[in-house]
Structure formats: structure tokens, C-alpha cells
Design a protein around this ligand. Sequence first.
Ligand code: 13P
Ligand code: SF4
Length: 435
Amino acid sequence: MTSVNTAVQLITREEAEKGRSAAGATCSSALAKGPWEYDIAESLAGVPAYGPGASSADVAPAATPRQGQLPEQYKLASDAELDTRIRAAKQKLGDKAVILGHFYQRDEVIQYADFVGDSFQLANAALTKPDAEAIIFCGVHFMAETADILSTPEQAVILPNLAAGCSMADMADTDSVEDCWEQLEELFGTDVDADGRVPVIPVTYMNSSAALKAFCGRNGGIVCTSSNARTVLEWAFERGQRVLFFPDQHLGRNTAKTLGVPLEQMPMWNPRKELGGNDEQALLDSRVILWHGFCSVHKRFNVGQIEKARADFPGINVIVHPECPMEVVDAADSAGSTDFIKKAIAAATTPTDFAIGTEINMVNRLAAENPQHNIFCLDPVICPCSTMYRIHPGYLAWVLEELVEGRVVNRITVDDSVQDHAKIALERMLAAKPK
Ligand code: 13P
Ligand code: SF4
């Protein structure tokens, strides 16, 4: 199967030859360009943006990291030249460098990865290579931060393109969360109830800044991933009367629903409004307060796509990520993390039709790796995660060749003050066991 990148190139070329726009088959014809074009455009416009792909319409906060100019030689190099240079640099570096690739990363980059996995598996993968002086994280910013927290101080975590953030993580900034916390403390007070539970426990999804993980560590809270969100919520309900869940409203709602929390007890917190846009009673009655955040990739999935898949392939198995809206999760056969999806496909012993609701690069890779099955993405339009898209072999070649010369570029460092508290919240997550 052709990679997503190659498919986009083919579609845009064909459409251009016919004098049409490729918007019907890809979410943006700009996907065919090198991501450095967006680094330049941002520098000129002075405002960061996520670039083409699913989150291109989201507003990037002013503080979102930007990538400086990629040296010209890497922009001009052919795919074959980049391939030769990356392999040569990797060989020279040997065990000194380890390359990690997230499931959503493009195939052109994944081919060089020593480990491929979900965000948490990759953060841990770094621990298995204590001799590696450099960890090159081909994922997004919050993942690199987590790897820096969990790795040794001697190890440098490198993000090949600093503009590879996460639009969902950016939807919860520290100031807004601190402001929300103050308002909640004022409303709920700080007294524990008869069972010794505090009024509210903060829970942050792994897809958040290290500063917010530290906020949770400081305030009796915890981190969760999409694989352990249920266990973490149970942990939180043992210690708190309610939960403040950020940044992903969908993961929070979908998980709390499986624990029997009614929708009326899950008000949404809009950081731009007083009391998050709620009246006091709704907050006092709440069990889970959901932050107004979402993933623009998973927001694209809808029930109509599931109905079509079921009509086209009777008996099809529909699996979606819990970042999808609740109606989509309810209409699917199952929902789970990227690792859950991978394992569910591996467990199918007879040829099966699968419609998957998650990022296109991962779905297409699963299809290529499992030719015995018919696996396709629920969304018929090719639209990758815009921030993962910012990592391109050109940036990988650049950071590796700089390392060969003894220079570390694009290092992601989490401040010691943040690191300690963030680690507490991560360790609570690791210690939380399913009931
Ligand atoms: P994982 O934690 O499953 O790797 O997912 C990360 C992500 O960004 C999902 O959108
Ligand atoms: Fe963030 Fe969504 Fe991309 Fe995951 S898929 S990194 S949540 S924007």
C-alpha cells in the first residue's frame, strides 16, 4: 500500500493536471508541500499556525513553539538523498542515538524508528536505552516533554521540528487552568466529606503540557492516557467527590459514561466564561467537569460514516479512539487507545472487515501490515494530524547530522521545578491499578 504522503502527492498531481482543486480527496492540497513552507509562512506572518491537516483551522496560541529555518540543503535534497544521509548518520551514531516514532507519524519517517508505539510506550522506550545520549522523538511536543521527564538528565530529547505541537494540548494553558481551579476552590471550599474525599481532583490527559502535569502533581491529581483513563478516574473518585478533567472533553465524557456518570453531572468548562459558563448549582452537583478541548483529527468522525461502513460491509467491526465524540463511540463496536486498536486487529484470527476511527497514517499502516483483513479509515478524506505532519525526513536528517557533528539542536527540556511535580502525577498514574 502507498504511504499517506505518496497518496496525497498522487491525488494533488492528478487533480492539478485536470485543473481542479484536490480538496475533495485530501483535506488540503498544501499537504503535498514540504512543512518548511509553513515554518517560513509563520515567520513572515509572525503568528504560529498548525499547518495543513486536521487541525489547520484551530487557533495556535501565541506561545506555541515555532521552528527556525531548516537549512536549505535539507529542503532541496531528494527523498533518495535524505534516505542515504539519514541511514549514514544513524550508523555513525550507533547506540548513542535512539529514534522513536509515534503510530501517527508518516511512513517516510517511521521507517527509521527503533521503536514505534503510542505516546506512553515511547516515553518508556527511552528508559530501555540508558546508554543513548540522544532520544529523537518523532511525535509531538507533549510526548517529547514526557520522555524528558522520564529519561536521565544526561539524555537529550530532541523534537525534529519544534512546530510539532498538539492543538488539543494547546487548548488548556496553565493560566486558564489555574484560574478555573481558583474559582472551583472558592465555590467548593477545601473541606473533605465524611469519606475523607476532597472536593475536586484534577486529572490531565497525557496530551497536555508538562506544566499541567505538574499542576496535577501539586494539587493531589494525576495523569491518564487513553489506555488507562477508566482506572485513573476510579482512582480519582476514591479520593475526590468530583474530577476536573482536561484537556479532552471527549475522552473525559466517554470514560465517565462507562463508569455510570450521567451526562447531567458532566458540565463543560469554557475557560473564556465566568464559572466556565455554568451556574453554581450545576458545578456543585457535578461529578466530572469537562474542559472545552478536543482533537481535530478525531472530531472528524461521525455516525454517518459508521452507518455507511455497516451498509457497505455487513458484519464489519468498527473500532474508534475515545477522543471521538460520544455518539461515534456509542455507535462503534468498541473504542480504545491506539494500542487497543492495534491489539484488536492482531486478535482477529479470520479475515475481517475493520473500519477504524483514528489518524490516517496509523490506519493505512495497519492495513498494509495485515493484508488478510480489509482495514480502512472511517473518514474517506485523507487528512492527517497537522502537527505530526510537521516532522519530515528533512528535519530528521538535519538533527541527526548535527548530532554527528557533536551539536544538539531542538532539545526539549522541562524545567526542574516543573519536572518534579509532573513526575509525581505520572508516578501516581503508574501506581494506579485497575479495580
Ligand atoms: P496515544 O496516547 O494512544 O499514543 O495517542 C496520542 C494521541 O495524540 C491521540 O490523538
Ligand atoms: Fe493532538 Fe489530535 Fe494530533 Fe493526537 S491526533 S497529537 S490529540 S492533534
